[in-house]
Design a protein. Structure first.
Length: 23
């Protein structure tokens, strides 16, 4: 999920918290 991490996780992290993991 590298593409997910590239985006501003301020908004993206909420929807993909499980996918991101790092945030």
């Amino acid at each position: 999920m590298k593409a997910t991490s590239s985006l501003p996780d301020g908004s993206n992290s909420k929807g993909n918290h499980s996918l991101d993991g790092s945030k």
